[in-house]
Design a protein around this ligand. Sequence first.
Ligand code: SF4
Length: 231
Amino acid sequence: MRIASIIDVSTVDVPGIPVTVLFTAGCNFDCPYCQNAQIIPLSSGSEMPIEVIVGKTCGSLSSGLCVSGGEPTIHRDLPELLGELKRVRGGHINLNTQGSVPEVLEESLPYIDSVWFDIKAAPDRYSQVARVRENPWNAVHKSIEMVMSSNVAFWPRTTYAADLMSPHDIEGVLHILEEEDFQGEYVLRNFVRSLGTRRSEDSNLRAAKREEVEPLFERLPSGITLKLEGF
Ligand code: SF4
């Protein structure tokens, strides 16, 4: 599997659990606001055998693991890696995914405890926001239903970049969550310009002001709460 980097301990990626963060390299989307744009190319990172990856994540002070990217599920050997990590290392395993490869996600579920599920937009806007030729919504939808019907905790979230998106897009996501009978917290993260974002995207994106998204609180479906991050 191609690995971009490993962070020994993070206290912000999984609520209440210090985790080691493993960044897989490569992604099949091309979101303009990507915070890790340098690892979108499939040729980024370095190829590493599974036993080496497991060895590098053992011995750290964290009590859990977060597998992020890039998009981890584009790697066919992700379930094998997760199985080894669960067997050798144990503890809470969290996966970050945008859900476009349900076959690999399905095989991964027995080894993970929680999923941060990046829902990019309402179904009709997926191709534009993820910048892919074919709309991946059917695959993403299948993944959402799969995680929600499993024992794995489903944590939905969306990155909000003003000018690219509008509150109407988020209402579309909330509508999907309502249709799926989701009950719980939905996280909306404001776009942040960082070292990992591309300078070539600067003129197309901006962080939103809190008042732009606050009306969403009045339109929340029953049983769903909204957490704003970075607004
Ligand atoms: S899905 Fe995630 S890693 Fe891939 S391009 Fe979008 S933000 Fe970046």
